[in-house]
Design a protein around this ligand. Sequence first.
Ligand SMILES: NC(=O)C1=CN([C@@H]2O[C@H](COP(=O)(O)OP(=O)(O)OC[C@H]3O[C@@H](n4cnc5c(N)ncnc54)[C@H](OP(=O)(O)O)[C@@H]3O)[C@@H](O)[C@H]2O)C=CC1
Ligand SMILES: O=CC(=O)O
Length: 332
Amino acid sequence: MKKRVVAYKKLPPALLARLTERFEVSAFDGVNDANRAAFAEAVASAHGLIGASVRMDAALLDPARELEIISTISVGYDTFDVDYLTRRGILLAHTPDVLTETTADTVFALILATARRVVELAELVKAGHWQRSIGPAHFGVDVHHKTLGLIGLGRIGQAVARRANLGFGMNVVYYSRHAVPEAEAAYGARRVELDELYASADFVCVVLPLTAETEQLIDADAFARMRPETIFINGSRGRIVDEAALIQALKSGAIHGAGLDVFEREPLPADSPLLQLPNVVALPHIGSATHETRFAMAEMAVDNLIAGLNGQRPRAVVNPPSRPFAIEGEVR
Ligand SMILES: NC(=O)C1=CN([C@@H]2O[C@H](COP(=O)(O)OP(=O)(O)OC[C@H]3O[C@@H](n4cnc5c(N)ncnc54)[C@H](OP(=O)(O)O)[C@@H]3O)[C@@H](O)[C@H]2O)C=CC1
Ligand SMILES: O=CC(=O)O
């Protein structure tokens, strides 16, 4: 009997075919109010799940007694209760590394777009309002040779640090629980406490996972410690920031601007005050959203799922089991 798989995000046809030739697949193009009941029913009898951006709670997963693996098409896994999955013996696989460079590009795009007012000024041209040469009211601020403060210096943080230091001659300071000597050597990155980072960075950039420890880490007190020149960038998860405090800091001039790819609520509600602020560049959570990278992520997630359902070690597992995998070695 074939194992049952639920694909809850649309997969490229060639990758879906790799699943359908091995498993009985129920495919969903996202989960919404209209298909939620059918999705829950499919999950209840599944051996494997693959997809992204759906919160998986115990109410959904408790009935799924045969579930062996969830393969998320994302590096972040804050939509899962990892302890619950581990207790249940359900593997959680994810897609680190393949999206690192693309996400760092997006973070850097936000830095440049916010500092140089790219979106606002492009809109001005499109609206036909470019009638004389641009004066100080429309000037931006420099990026090159400024100080970048990275909160988090993991895979994506290091890729941003490389762009900043080697490409733009920026000084890099960073905050994380552990020192990263290789980034200190390669990019002159200096590890500091948050207070020093807030006080010294021209750009404060969050590249952390969302965890119980990091939720609302950037609060009103944090914004109060930044400088009026600070540009705040969030390329990781909205809930790491107290969004009301961010809005207040932007409105009051406590900080200069913000470049945001992620928000407390996504999609960002159309009536969010953030959308009324000219000093905000807001993107629709597109950190990894290029054709090449989204394909690579889906491919890795399919590899992970097939490996897990074959008793092999997936390429990236969040909660490896205490027992060894039945088959160690080659993933496919
Ligand atoms: N906008 C988008 O589309 C995307 C967003 N992301 C988000 O970016 C996040 C980071 O990805 P990636 O760089 O691959 O992850 P990594 O695990 O490689 O890096 C995470 C970094 O955060 C630090 N960190 C973790 N917890 C804490 C803490 N409590 N206090 C201080 N530092 C902490 C880690 O260092 P240490 O452990 O030493 O503290 C490490 O430097 C993902 O979890 C995801 O949420 C990722 C891809 C795309
Ligand atoms: O937000 C994206 C991810 O891969 O995590």
